[in-house]
Design a protein around this ligand. Structure first.
Ligand SMILES: Cc1ncc(COP(=O)(O)O)c(C=O)c1O
Length: 380
């Protein structure tokens, strides 16, 4: 049996009639950019995210860029973030002429370790940007305590974490602004690129709204330099069909995560071990108490990751490395002077992590197949 990493066709089959109606509604209206579909989606998204305001944007990358632009990040500034993330987190900082100051991760969550945050703050620090990797909220109590003490705004990179919670608060609602991605493989995926910011700050929202349309206010009169960061009405219409189903999909992902834990535990794996050892060469992702992990990814750690990846791929089992090279070692950021050894936990995660299928429609027999394949590999 082959097991894909993600099966969007299975998701869409159940929604086809609703999607057809929504797409036809936009085609019939001939209103393709921003407009009533986007307005309605923004209201629904703000409510879902526990925020007062949302803004539909062209991608998750542009959401980060717009948030940083609105907060005035520019040349000479520093933004503190995690080295264990997708390139967009750091590249938006670089595009504004600022630089990232990285802080190593907590190995149990692979998210920024707030106990290391304060010592990274300098007079140039402009923003703190935690990343809620794989759908689990970073330690926001710890991050916010340090950020508040130093009067720093917090941009949550919640691209992978829509609906995730920590102590009852939703991803994106705890910092100054939250950035979401609706890339098709995200838990709420569009039919192309799409993203959003969510916030409780009306003035910041208004500034981001202006940046979205080239800083024009009114049309053809720009006080600030913005860009074309608009969300298409078709994407908003698709997202509006999907949003009411998101909690059921999240519940299915959580069920699958719990099932992986049971299946691996039945094979003698301690689900609480964080890093692989000689005795237990495979470990499972950890859930923080008081959190709502939405499992955009279920990323295991293996002491022989590259060979495990090859073995799973050879058996038709979908898998992916998130992410093979931490940000401080990316060639495009060589000018920031990062060296191997600077962030040992992020580097270990990059060498050991492997995501296995977790999507909502995954069946129990498919999960058994995945667990069998992983355990078979590690027995050899
Ligand atoms: C952590 C993180 N940040 C930012 C992004 C950028 O989002 P997008 O691909 O929608 O531009 C992604 C998604 O790919 C991501 O996973």
């Amino acid at each position: 049996m082959t097991v894909p990493l993600l099966d969007l066709k299975a998701q869409h089959d159940g929604l086809r009639a609703e999607l057809d109606v929504a797409i036809r509604r936009v085609v019939d209206s001939a209103h393709f950019i921003l407009g009533p579909e986007v307005d309605a989606f923004e209201r629904e998204l703000a409510s879902y995210s526990g925020c007062t305001h949302a803004l539909g944007l062209s991608s998750g990358t542009d959401a980060i860029l717009v948030a940083l632009m609105a907060l005035g990040v520019g040349p000479g500034d520093e933004v503190i973030t995690s080295p264990n993330t997708f390139i967009a987190t750091a590249s938006c900082v670089a595009r504004l002429g600022a630089r990232c100051v990285f802080v190593d991760i907590d190995p149990s969550t692979c998210n920024l370790d707030p106990s290391l945050l304060e010592r990274a703050i300098t007079s140039k620090t402009r923003v703190v940007m935690p990343v809620h990797l794989f759908g689990q909220v970073a330690d926001m109590d710890g991050v916010m305590a340090v950020a508040r003490k130093h009067g720093l705004p917090v941009v949550e990179d919640a691209a992978q974490a829509i609906g995730a919670e920590r102590n009852g608060a939703r991803a994106g609602s705890m910092g100054t602004v939250g950035c979401l991605s609706f890339f098709p493989s995200k838990n709420l995926g569009a039919f192309g690129d799409a993203g959003a910011v969510v916030t409780r700050d009306p003035a910041l929202w208004a500034k981001m709204k202006s940046l979205r349309v080239q800083g024009q206010e009114p049309k053809y009169f720009s006080k600030i330099v913005g860009g074309n960061f608009r969300l298409d009405a078709l994407q908003a219409a698709v997202l509006r069909v999907k949003l009411p189903h998101l909690d059921a999909w999240t519940a299915a992902r959580q069920r699958n995560a719990a099932r992986y834990r049971q299946l691996f535990a039945a094979r003698g794996i301690d689900p609480h071990l964080v890093r692989p050892t000689a005795l237990q060469p495979i470990t499972l992702p950890q859930e923080v108490p008081g959190g709502r992990h939405i499992y955009n990814q279920f990323s295991v750690r293996s002491s022989n990751r590259d060979a495990l990846k090859k073995a799973l791929s050879a058996q038709g089992i979908g898998n992916e490395v998130y992410y093979p090279l931490p940000m401080h070692l990316q060639e495009c950021f060589a000018g920031w002077g990062g060296r191997v050894g600077d962030f040992p936990e992020a580097e270990a995660a990059a060498n050991e992590s492997l995501a296995i299928p977790i999507y909502p429609e995954l069946s129990e027999s498919m999960q058994r197949e995945v667990v069998d394949a992983v355990m078979e590999f590690h027995r050899k």
